[in-house]
Design a protein around this ligand. Structure first.
Ligand code: ADP
Ligand code: ADP
Ligand code: MG
Length: 666
């Protein structure tokens, strides 16, 4: 076995690989850029080599620099993680020349699967079902329109070199095909330096379901079941699970066998993933093969018990697989939530800054449930604009899907992340969504269910009641503490009343609290009585309570006369007042926020790439106003209504902070 391996990556995946290497008794070498000097992967590795400035194209993806780090450290093998150099045949080549093992597939497999047109042709020859379409190159927009018409709308226009959801457009009409062809081509040229485009049928009611394969260099291979990755935003995965709620055993077997025959056809070794699109009738079609460890691999590990990184290292070391297909058993259900530094209330725009608080839920591994959190960050650390906005991958496992979802909801409720915008409330909301809960999901789920973006959720009545009871009991504890602190020691508890009005989500609940030494009974006027028990003390930001025998976890922050409470995707102000205060409060005018509707504010810290309008321009709803770049993504800001531009405060090249005024309207 290798003595020392280098991990040519950063963030959570570098940490993930280090964990397994350590378990196997292998020393690890990290590489890091200036921005990652204090990163977790550097801290965790046995050694670390500095490789350059923050931008990846000056550090992590510069093959010569990585090769230098390998020589310097004497590593015998390299794990590339995902992204960066993981699917770069030149890197595999450089390693081969240097006599260093690549913990991944052979160069030939990377090349043939790295191109969508080539891989589709190989798949077809290997007897794998592919999406109907035109496999040749398309010269111009006229040809794109002609071919789209022949395939039949809707069609998907794709970049052959594409990846990460880029260079892809759906077209429903000739006009859209013409525009889509041009914009795919531009995006592909810019992102991949390769503007070859092809067109295939857009599969309706599509689900993204992928098969994990694992092959050794001795002709053996297994498939480790599937992952359902249909919850996507901009063709990028957000929530994944294994198994898929949609597959039956026969379809799973057929997909698994086809995936394996494709792997065999290209002489694949190591872990790889064959992605399929599956239609409403369970017909499946090959999409692409990813020749690397996939982001969402933990859900497969949780239901199969196989450590994929360990297997990759063993295969790279020339060992034979010890697992046969008959050994692969799918046990229970696993879900992964990708926690992204993307603000769900601002159309998922990336957010950067310091993690002022980062407290993931405790990891658990038991027979009844499991919680796993793969991360590369720490409290006080910085989410920079240079890399991927993923903060953590939170996974839960349970014997069945319903319980795995409940575990995820609870784990998300207990996950504290402050200081930057993040999608945690959105992930919670999906876990509560009836369509998700029933397993009725397609890749259009987010677009269809949140057409106007995400604006938080309202709690269902029963949960609202539980939150009201919990808040009342907590408020009483806080009041007792407060009156004590203020020095009024004379029989203070008597002064705390027992009748309160709890207001939340536009509702008022009159309650009576009977406290004893272990908790409180909260009686709702004309309704239920709920018992609240907790060891919460004022000042704690996470409250773990027990309400009527079941756990309730919520984030709490003190506000005048109550709390800000966050749980299950909801963010609410809960007021707890005496009946008199509540009465007076109802007469107070609501404070109105300053009117910023006639301004365009910068939604995230970033760089102005272009300003597309001038003072005096009349713009229409949806018209492009300017483009802001942050975290490698260009974000187009559009007019939300017809207006006239009265003032422009920025120019291309300016760096802006969040909420800076970009332009004003008349
Ligand atoms: P997975 O299929 O494993 O979920 P993703 O599509 O989420 O993979 O991509 C994994 C990582 O690799 C992400 O950080 C993504 O930005 C990056 N990535 C994938 N393909 C490319 C590509 N062709 N060019 C640049 N980055 C890519
Ligand atoms: P990438 O390399 O960017 O991951 P993929 O070919 O894997 O590109 O496609 C990404 C996503 O786009 C898929 O998961 C799926 O949601 C959607 N998609 C791709 N091709 C089609 C198609 N022909 N019909 C419907 N959806 C598609
Ligand atoms: Mg893909």
């Amino acid at each position: 076995m290798f003595n020392k391996i280098l991990i040519a990556n950063r963030g959570e995946i570098a940490c993930r690989v280090i964990k397994t290497a350590r378990k196997m008794g292998i020393e690890t070498v990290a590489i890091y850029s200036d921005a990652d000097r204090n990163a977790l992967h550097v801290e965790m590795a046995d050694e670390a080599v500095h490789i350059g400035p923050p931008p990846a194209n000056q550090s992590y993806i510069v093959i010569d620099k990585v090769m230098d780090a390998i020589r310097q450290s004497g590593a015998q093998a390299v794990h590339p993680g995902y992204g960066f150099l993981s699917e770069n045949p030149d890197f595999a080549d450089a390693l081969e020349t240097a006599g260093v093992a690549f913990i991944g597939p052979p160069k030939g497999a990377i090349i043939s699967m790295g191109d969508k047109i080539t891989s589709k042709k190989i798949a077809q020859e290997a007897g794998v079902a592919t999406v109907p379409g035109y496999m040749g190159l398309i010269a111009d927009a006229d040809e794109a329109v002609k071919i789209s018409g022949e395939i039949g709308y809707p069609v998907m226009i794709k970049a052959s070199a594409g990846g990460g959801g880029k260079g892809m457009r759906i077209a429903n009409t000739d006009q859209e095909a013409r525009e889509g062809f041009q914009s795919s081509k531009n995006e592909a040229a810019k992102s991949f330096g390769d503007d070859r485009i092809f067109i295939e049928k857009f599969i309706t009611q599509p689900r993204h379901i992928e098969i994990q394969v694992l092959c050794d260099a001795h002709g053996n291979g297994v498939y480790l079941g599937e992952r359902e990755c249909s919850i996507q935003r901009r063709n990028q995965k957000v929530i994944e699970e294994a198994p898929s709620p949609f597959l039956d055993a026969a379809t799973r077997k057929a997909m698994g066998e086809q995936a394996l025959s494709l792997a065999m056809a290209v002489g694949y070794t190591s872990a790889g993933t064959v992605e399929f699109i599956v239609d409403g009738a369970r017909k499946f079609y090959f999409l692409e093969m990813n020749t690397r460890l996939q982001v969402e691999h933990p859900v497969t590990e949780l239901i199969t018990g196989v450590d994929l990184v360990e297997q990759m290292i063993r295969v790279a070391n020339g060992e034979k697989l010890t697992i046969t297909q008959a050994d692969v058993k799918l046990n229970g259900w696993a879900i992964e939530s990708r926690l992204y530094a993307e603000d769900p209330y601002r159309e998922f725009l990336p957010s950067i800054g310091r993690l002022t608080r980062y407290r993931p839920p405790a990891e658990v591994a038991s027979d009844t449930h499991a919680v796993r959190n793969d991360t590369g960050v720490f409290e006080g650390g910085e989410i920079s604009m240079f890399y991927d906005p993923m903060i953590a991958k939170l996974c839960t496992w349970a014997p069945d899907r319903a319980r795995a979802i409940e575990e995820m909801s609870r784990a998300l409720d207990g996950f504290e992340v402050e200081g930057i915008g993040h999608n945690l409330p959105f992930l919670s909301a999906v876990m509560e969504h009836p369509k998700f809960v029933s397993g009725d999901i397609t890749t259009a789920f987010i677009a269809e269910e949140y057409p106007d973006g995400f604006s938080g959720v309202d709690l269902a009545d029963d949960l609202l009641l539980r939150v009201a009871a919990a808040s009342a009991a907590m408020y009483r504890v806080a009041e007792i503490r407060r009156t004590r602190v203020s020095g009024r020691m004379d029989n203070h508890e008597r002064k705390i009343g027992t009748v309160w009005v709890v207001s939340a989500q536009g509702r008022d609940f009159k309650v009576t609290i009977d406290a004893d030494k272990d908790g409180a009974l909260v009686r709702f006027d004309g309704g239920a009585t709920l018992r609240v028990e907790a060891d919460w003390v004022p000042g704690q930001s996470l409250a773990r309570l027990n309400v009527d025998g079941t756990p309730l976890v919520m984030k709490v922050a003190k506000v005048p006369n109550g709390f800000r409470v966050r749980l299950r995707g909801a963010d609410l102000k809960v007021l707890v007042r005496t009946p008199r205060q509540a009465e007076l409060g109802a007469l107070m005018p609501e404070k109105t926020a300053p009117d910023t509707s006639n301004m365009l504010l910068c939604p995230m810290p970033g760089l102005i790439v272009s300003v597309d309008v001038q003072v005096g321009d009349k713009v229409q709803n949806g018209q492009v106003l300017c483009t802001v770049e942050a975290m490698k993504m260009e974000n187009i800001l559009r007019a939300e209504k017809a207006a006239v531009i009265s003032k422009i405060n920025v120019a291309a090249g300016d760096s802006l902070a969040v909420d800076e005024v970009i332009m004003e309207f008349e």
